[in-house]
Design a protein around this ligand. Structure first.
Ligand SMILES: [Zn+2]
Length: 234
C-alpha cells in the first residue's frame, strides 16, 4: 500500500462526535431503520446534504424516510460510507457449476445496477463510482457479460452517465451478432442502441480486438470529475 492512500488531512476527517440520523428505508414489514452519522451522510450524498439543510423538517426530526428504496441497497451504501468497501458478493460454494455461477453473478449484477441507480437518486458520486468498479470486477471474476439491465438503467436515468457508457462498451466489445439480431427492441432499447451505434463508429476494428476499455482500471466510468470531487480511490 502506498503511503498516499492512508495519510489524510486531520481537518478532512468526518466528525463522528455528532448525533446519528435515523433513515427509514422501505415500507411496512420490509422496512428497516439505519443509524448513520450526519457528517458522513452529508459528505457522501448531496441528497442528504440538502435534506439536512438547517430549518428543514428532516433536520429537526433527525429522521429521513426513503420509502421507495430497498433496505438491502441502502445497507450497501451505509457500509460504504463507513468502511469504503462494497459488500455485494456471495460466498462461492465449493465445486460450483457453470449454471450456478451464472445465477449467483447475475443476482449480484442486478443488485449492483439497482444500487447505482439508488446512488444516482441520492446524488452519491463516490458510491456510484465504487459500485461501477465492483460491477466490472463481478463481470470479470465470474466471466459474465451484462445483457439484461439496460432497460432499467436507461429508464432510470436521464442522459449520458458512467453506467450507460459501461453497458455500451460491454455490448461493443462482447456482444455477438446473433445475440443482437435476436433481441426484441422496444422503446426502452432504442436509446441504448443509438449509443451503441455511435460507439461502434468511434472505435476501430483493431481496438475492438484489443483489450476492452473496462479492463483499464481508470476513471472513464466514474462521475467524480464532472461533480468536481476527488476519486474515491485517491
Ligand atoms: Zn476515479
Amino acid at each position: 500500500m502506498a503511503w498516499s492512500t492512508i495519510r489524510r488531512l486531520m481537518s478532512e476527517a468526518p466528525n463522528l462526535a455528532t448525533e446519528q440520523l435515523t433513515i427509514i428505508v422501505g415500507t411496512g414489514a420490509d422496512s428497516k431503520s439505519f443509524y448513520v452519522h450526519e457528517d458522513l451522510l452529508q459528505a457522501h450524498s448531496d441528497f442528504f446534504a440538502a435534506a439536512l439543510h438547517k430549518g428543514w423538517k428532516e433536520a429537526e426530526d433527525r429522521i429521513v424516510r426513503l420509502p421507495t428504496e430497498r433496505p438491502v441497497h441502502f445497507g450497501l451504501f451505509a457500509h460504504f460510507v463507513y468502511f469504503g468497501k462494497i459488500y455485494s458478493a456471495q460466498m462461492k460454494p465449493e465445486g460450483e457449476g457453470r449454471e450456478a455461477r451464472g445465477t449467483r453473478a447475475t443476482a449480484e449484477l442486478d443488485m449492483l445496477h439497482a444500487c447505482w441507480l439508488m446512488g444516482d437518486r441520492l446524488m452519491a458520486v463516490a458510491f456510484k463510482d465504487a459500485v461501477v468498479d465492483t460491477f466490472i470486477q463481478t463481470c470479470t471474476d465470474d466471466r459474465r457479460t451484462p445483457t439484461s439491465m439496460h432497460e432499467a438503467v436507461y429508464a432510470g436515468t436521464a442522459g449520458p452517465n458512467g453506467l450507460r457508457s459501461l453497458l455500451v462498451d460491454y455490448a461493443v466489445w462482447k456482444w455477438k451478432k446473433g445475440a443482437i439480431a435476436e433481441r426484441e427492441v422496444d422503446e426502452l432499447w432504442v436509446e441504448f442502441f443509438r449509443d451503441f451505434a455511435i460507439r461502434i463508429c468511434e472505435v476501430t476494428e483493431e481496438e475492438r480486438e484489443g483489450p476492452a476499455p473496462y479492463h483499464q482500471y481508470d476513471c472513464r466510468y466514474h462521475e467524480h470529475a464532472a461533480a468536481s470531487k476527488p476519486c474515491y480511490r485517491s
